[in-house]
Structures are given as C-alpha cells and as structure tokens.
Design a protein around this ligand. Structure first.
Ligand code: ARG
Length: 460
C-alpha cells in the first residue's frame, strides 16, 4: 500500500520503520467505530456545503459498504497498512476514486483516533458495566441463600466475631456497586466528542462539530482543540476503574482460594470451574480464582504503562500516544474474561454450613459478646473487656470454650454473671443481636439485599 501522506517525503520508508510505525495489528479492532465516525464526518461535510451532497452520499454509501464487507468477511484487513484510519480511506479511494479523497477534509488522524478511542471505550465500558451487574446478581443470589450461615468473621486473618456468609458476600456486592457507579461516572467524561479539533488548532472550514457529535451519540464536544487531541485522561480513568474492579475480584479470589482449601472447607467450587493436578490425584485446584488474582497484576501493569507513556508528553499529539491502545485493549479484554469466569464460578459455588459453624465455635469469637453482657449488667466496657480476656485465657489453659464453662467458674471472675450468660454468647444470638445498620444480623443483611436488588432494578 503506497503512503497516503507521501508528498513532503517520497514515502519510501524502510520496511523496519514501517513495521515499527504500524498500529493496524491492534487498532483494526476499532474498524466499526472508525467507519461510523467517518460516515458522520461525511454527512457533516455535505450538510455544511464543504463538499457536495452528492459526494457526501457517495462517501457514506462507500463507507457503509466497507463496513458490511468487513463484518461479513468479504473484505479483509490489509496488515501492510499503517493503521485502521489509513486502511479505510485507502479502500474507500480504491472503490470511489477521487471522491474518496475528499473524506479527510477538515479533520486529521489526531482527532480521528481520539474519536475512535472514545467511541470504542464507550461501547466496551457499557459491556463491562453490564457484566459487573450480572456478577452482582450472582453474588446477591448466594448472599440470599446463605444469609443465616454463621461463620467466623476475621481481622488480621484471626477469628474475630461471628458473622454470616451472606453478610460477608454482601460486602462484595457493595464494592461491585461502587464499580458500576464509577463506570457510569467515567462515561460522562468519555462521551464528549473531540472530532473537529483537527490536527490541533481547529479548522478554517465551516464545520459543525455538534452535528457530528449528535449523529454519533455524544453528549457534547470538547471545548479546546489542543486538549481534544491530547487528552487520554478518559483512558487512564477507565483503566483505573478497571484496575479497582480487578482489585475487588482479586480479594474475592483470594478468599475463595482460602475457603476452598482443606484447612477451611467453607466452600466447594464446582468441577466445571476447577482443575485437577497432573500428578496428585486428590487435587481440585481453584485455578480460575488464582488466575483472576494473577491477572490483576497484569491490569495494574496496563494502567502504569499508560500513565508512564503520557507523563512526559508535550502538547498536542505525539506518536507515543499510539502506545495507549495495547494497554487499554489488554485491560478491557482481561477484565471481561475475568468477569465472565467469575459469574460462572460464583454461581456454581456451594457453601458448607457445618464447617463454617465448626470454625466459628473455636476461637472465642463470642468474647466481645461476653464483655457486652457484663456491660449490660452495669460494668464499664474497659473493665468488662479485661475480665473477658482473663476468662478466655482460663479457657485456653483448661482446654474449654466459653459455652462449656460452668456458672461457678464464671462467678470466680465476676458476681455479675448469671445463667442468662449462655443465651448471650450463643453464636446465633451473637449474630442476631447485631441489628445496627449494615450489621451482620439476618434482618440487617436482608435490608442490604433489598437495597442491592433495588439498585439492580434501577440499572436495568
Ligand atoms: N495510529 C495513530 C495512533 O494510534 C493514529 C494517529 C496518527 N497521527 C499522526 N499524526 N501520525 O495514534
């Protein structure tokens, strides 16, 4: 393919330089956005009388034909082209002759690529958001099913206080709802059209940027042409949101790996989302969760790469910016895959009520409730805390738990103890008493579930 920009130079670049310069291997995935953007541009050129309406229609039809042919596989991408923009224009000119050469009036590849990226991101982020909503639904379903499964809640990975599995899962639902909000918010800044900024300074032609923006479903237009072609904040923001989402998935993954270990056995992953070992016959490995955890590092890398590419760039466009794409595409592909796997893995995961309860019964996770009991009887919390701690130490020494101490043993520590203490340290009761907003009681968790369901119905 000859260079469309040959003129100032003869375009006879070295093959190595061509390969190095080319982005078509990765930006061809934006062909739909590129062609749709060009169709809107052709329409604007016609409507403004910059080219004739007849030529404008020819361009639109020609572009439409290219789009259909690419979609249907009748036309294949020429990977010798420099980038997707050059490829489309080249094919258009081959098909239409001189009319094809009119398309690039009053624009530059600088605003064109910024436009394509915004359209592409908009589509992809909408899809990612929809997939996060699907995951919320899957986790929510489990939270509802397991809302009264008592398990130890941890701090420092030490057994801390009794909670329910439903409550724990709802924490992830909260994180994921914030992710959805962040994608929705980022969309506001993505959905602003840069086309018409041209190379950097705007144009002398009588263009109508808002006409083009409207046609392509943008909310508004960028207000400074230099910023219009230089801005990749929307990519950084999207990647940062994706990285945060991956961080959530990774924390969840880590817990799934722990919970499915023999040491915990809180959950059992289905055969369809686990793998075996090539040597150890007993193994059922949580590879999917581990891979999501691992790929989180990769997505952080994408974000860092992009930030680093941008940090030293003078305004306006620099070729360095071509390097934005692979990071963005990789992060998008990765998070989409992770979300899909996660929905399947969570939906088919089963919780083990007995093992969770067993773990909750060892570790004195009702010691706070023992202290609260004494507070209820009139002791200041700090003193009650101290007595509870001493009782725990005594239990450890005597190999007992709080439930199996006799009332006489309790009374050695405080005369305030009575038979009703057993009722207060019962694990189920410990959970049910935590009715504070957001707390672990079944009634509190039910409220959280109602909130999340309401959120989902509004997002539909
Ligand atoms: N392939 C280029 C990119 O992705 C398109 C813009 C090229 N602009 C230019 N002035 N060479 O950034």
């Amino acid at each position: 393919m000859g260079k469309m920009w040959a003129g100032r130079t003869d375009g006879s670049t070295d093959k190595i330089a061509d390969d190095f310069n080319s982005s078509i291997h990765f930006d061809s995935r934006m062909y739909r956005q590129d062609i749709k953007g060009s169709m809107a541009h052709a329409a604007m050129l016609g409507a403004q009388g910059i080219i004739s309406l007849d030529d404008s229609q020819k361009l639109i039809d020609g572009l439409d034909g290219i789009l259909t042919d690419l979609d249907e596989g009748k036309l294949s991408i020429d990977f010798d082209a420099e980038d997707i923009h050059m490829f489309v224009e080249q094919v258009l000119t081959e098909r239409l002759g001189d009319v094809g050469k009119k398309l690039h009036t009053a624009r530059s590849r600088n605003d064109q690529v910024a436009l394509d990226m915004r359209m592409y991101m908009r589509d992809e982020l909408d899809e990612i958001k929809a997939n996060v909503l699907k995951l919320i639904e899957a986790v929510l379903e489990k939270a509802e099913a397991y809302k009264d499964y008592v398990m130890p809640g941890y701090t420092h990975l030490q057994r801390a206080q009794p909670i329910t599995f439903g409550h724990h899962l709802m924490a992830y639902v909260m994180m994921l709802m914030r992710d959805v909000d962040r994608f929705a918010d980022a969309r506001k800044r993505i959905n602003i059209s840069p086309i018409g900024s041209c190379a950097l300074a705007g144009t002398t032609y009588n263009t109508d940027r808002r006409f083009e923006a409207d046609k392509l479903g943008f909310d508004s237009v960028t207000l400074n042409s230099i910023d219009g072609v230089s801005d990749r904040d929307f990519c950084v923001e999207a990647l940062s949101n994706i990285a945060m989402l991956m961080m959530h998935l990774s924390r969840f993954s880590e817990e799934i790996v722990l919970w499915s270990s023999w040491e915990f056995k809180f959950v059992e992953l289905s055969d369809s989302f686990t793998t075996g070992s090539s040597i150890m016959p007993q193994k059922k490995n949580p590879d999917m969760a581990e891979l999501v955890r691992g790929k989180t590092g990769r997505v952080y890398g994408d974000l860092m790469a992009l930030l680093t590419v941008l940090k030293g760039l003078p305004l306006a466009y620099n070729k360095d910016m071509q390097e934005d794409k692979e990071s963005v595409f990789d992060a998008i592909d990765t998070v989409k895959m992770c979300l899909e796997v996660f929905v399947g893995m969570v939906s088919s995961m089963k919780a083990n009520k007995e093992n969770m309860l067993k773990a909750a019964q060892n570790g004195f996770i009702n010691a706070t409730d023992l202290a609260d009991y004494l507070v209820k009887k009139g002791l200041p919390f700090r003193s009650a805390y101290k007595i509870s701690g001493q009782i725990v130490a005594y239990c450890i020494q005597e190999k007992k738990v709080l439930e199996t101490l006799t009332i006489d043993e309790y009374k050695q520590y405080s005369e305030l103890f009575d038979d009703d203490v057993y009722k207060d340290i019962d694990l189920k009761a410990c959970v049910d008493k935590r009715i504070s907003e957001g707390g672990t009681s079944v009634s509190s968790v039910e409220k959280q579930i109602v909130f999340a369901k309401d959120y989902l119905s509004k997002e539909d």
